[in-house]
Design a protein. Structure first.
Length: 344
């Protein structure tokens, strides 16, 4: 009789636990969908969604690969908000998201305003573009905080800069920062040109009718010059606050290629001098000549990318996506960091 009683109790406990997880997942998914309904208009659950993966699709998007998504763990799991880069989409952080998910984290991968769209010309010329990025990330973090009191911010390139920017304004909301090719500095020519008066007006003229269709269905064919200047302003704002005395008091993970010509490694090196907590700096040696965008690419991601080489400009050094040959040791370092430095 006692054994039967214990079995009933165990079954009930598991059922209540599963119900709690389901309710938590439903609430987060619903709020996530409502956020993108406001941003994109008509939306629907992506066909690629599954039991623990929820993605929001829309006719406004270039394809399902551009959709924001959630990888859902148990109800009380810590959450990583993992943000993509400039001209990219959540697709490009999906390999990193899988690593974090298998380390026990719920992962939210938002879609920044102006990205993933069939028609992005107006959005990429918005004078409030950077502010819209900041506001959107703040909204997503607020959703995360409603589900967990343990929220980590991470990002690739521009997503990394936005993560640092958010932390500096809301340090009590963040328990750690993860940076992949973090955009804390840009190519020297971009940094110099960005200082000229009227450069944003000129950038809009150079961008012309901004095209979103290119060889890679998961991202735009080029970075909009105007959007790049918006990013540069964000980077300068981060530098100013750090120079004025702001510090970073949470653990930081950084992965960066020494050969990165888009976001030179000096930017994250300088950032780490302001960190007063544990940090891991995974440097990919220059001998690998790893391009900026390829740091987050593993073989599976490259296969899913569906890149059309026949439409690529082969005169550009980093025109063809490549697998990061150090992805798996980098991923091991990331897992070790989140499992020990952050959990403790």
């Amino acid at each position: 009789m006692k054994s039967l009683f214990n079995l009933v109790c165990l079954t009930a406990t598991l059922c209540f636990s599963a119900l709690a997880v389901g309710q938590s997942q439903f609430a987060l998914n619903q709020s996530f969908a409502e956020l993108y309904e406001q941003e994109l208009g008509s939306t629907q659950k992506c066909l690629s969604s599954s039991a623990n993966r929820y993605a929001v699709c829309s006719p406004a998007l270039r394809g399902d690969g551009n959709a924001p998504f959630i990888l859902f763990q148990q109800a009380d799991s810590p959450i990583v908000v993992l943000t993509h880069g400039l001209s990219d989409s959540p697709f490009f952080v999906s390999a990193i998201a899988d690593e974090l998910y298998h380390s026990g984290y719920t992962v939210i991968a938002p879609l920044l305003p102006g990205h993933g769209l069939k028609n992005a010309d107006v959005a990429m010329e918005d004078e409030q573009l950077a502010e819209r990025w900041q506001a959107h990330l703040a909204e997503v973090v607020e959703l995360a905080l409603q589900s967990s009191d343990k929220v980590v911010l991470g990002g690739f390139s521009t997503g990394g800069a936005l993560s640092v920017d958010y932390y500096l304004s809301n340090p009590d909301n963040v328990q750690g920062i993860l940076l992949f090719s973090g955009a804390l500095a840009l190519n020297g020519n971009v940094e110099s040109l960005s200082k000229f008066w009227g450069i944003k007006t000129l950038a809009k003229l150079l961008d012309g009718d901004y095209q979103t269709n290119g060889p890679n269905p998961q991202k735009y064919p080029k970075v909009a010059s105007f959007a790049g200047l918006e990013l540069m302003e964000l980077i300068r704002s981060i530098r100013e606050r750090l120079e004025e005395g702001a510090r970073i008091d949470v653990p930081v993970f950084v992965a960066h290629s020494q050969a990165d010509q888009t976001t030179p490694i000096e930017g994250v090196q300088d950032l780490l001098t302001y960190v007063d907590a544990d940090n891991t700096f995974y440097v990919i040696d220059e001998q690998y000549q790893l391009c900026h965008a390829d740091l987050v690419v593993n073989r599976l991601l490259l296969e899913k990318m569906d890149f059309d080489k026949s439409r690529a400009d082969l005169s550009e050094t980093c025109a063809i996506p490549q697998v990061n040959p150090q992805f798996f040791p980098m991923a091991r370092a990331l897992r070790g960091f989140v499992e020990f430095a952050l959990q403790n």
